[in-house]
Design a protein around this ligand. Structure first.
Ligand SMILES: O=C(O)CCC(=O)C(=O)O
Length: 258
């Protein structure tokens, strides 16, 4: 599926864009099903909250951003259930972390037109910390995502540092301390994409994205996959931790905890 060069690029940089991984027909079906899910079950918010907004947005925009988040679209749409096993998507993840792969989540991050919300610099690790590093996030683009629509921006090689301390709390989404990590002084690679492209990135890769200032929706959906031997941090070692195995097989490494 992936070339040796692509796998090496991911290892070195912590991210990889694969163009046209989904066909136009697949994106047409998934995109229209997603619109249906949003219309039936979705609601608009301002996006992630927190003091970081003061440094990423001018005052008039701070409370006026728009976002639609939707967890588990497969609860509502069979097309979104089938895609968890998508052969080329899972095949690429297998090339990155090995044959056996466990699904972790599917979540829509949609930035509506005009002022779709930004995301501050962060790793995804603090949102779902696990006891290993072979955790790949896959950002599937349902719309063309030029720079102006707030495409993903990544700090190449940042995953090598492993999990970093984030600002957390009940009033904020986890984000990196603004005095040390901010796009004004941390260089990032912008990754504009077309519908059907997928950006794979390590859950330790530092990333962010700016506002959608176009008149078009910017919908992308993130799948999280990891090796089946990983467990969430602080998970009771005696308790089973299982989820959908999308590639290979999950071996029982211990008779008391699998
Ligand atoms: O969709 C984006 O631009 C960024 C979303 C994000 O930060 C994430 O998936 O962790």
């Amino acid at each position: 599926m992936l070339s040796a060069e692509q796998v090496e690029f991911y290892r070195q940089n912590g991210y990889l864009k694969v163009e046209s991984l989904f066909t136009a027909d697949e994106i047409e079906e998934l995109g229209s099903e997603m619109v249906r899910v949003i219309e039936n079950w979705g609601s608009e918010t301002i996006g992630w909250q927190g003091p970081w907004r003061d440094r990423y947005l001018v005052e008039e925009e701070r409370l006026n951003t728009k976002a639609v988040f939707m967890h588990n679209p497969h609860f509502y749409s069979s097309a979104w259930g089938r895609v968890i096993f998508h052969q080329r998507l899972v095949g690429a993840v297998q090339d990155l972390i090995g044959e056996s792969v466990q699904w972790h989540h599917t979540v829509l991050h949609a930035k509506p037109p005009e002022l779709g919300t930004p995301f501050p610099m962060h790793q995804d690790y603090p949102f779902y910390p696990h006891d290993g590093l072979d955790f790949v996030d896959c950002l599937v683009h349902l719309d063309d995502t030029p720079f102006e629509s707030g495409c993903l921006e990544v700090v190449p090689g940042s995953h090598h540092a492993g999990p970093l301390e984030h600002i957390t709390g009940s009033d904020t989404a986890p984000h990196l301390p603004i005095d040390q990590y901010h796009p004004d002084f941390i260089e990032t690679v912008k990754i504009p994409a077309l519908a059907g492209d997928v950006i794979f990135f390590s859950y330790c890769a530092i990333h962010w994205s700016d506002c959608n200032r176009t008149d078009q929706w910017r919908k992308s959906i993130r799948f999280g996959y990891h090796t089946p031997d990983m467990r969430p941090i602080n998970h009771d070692p005696e308790a089973p931790y299982n989820n959908i195995v999308v590639g290979g097989f999950k071996s029982n490494r211990s008779s008391s905890s699998n």
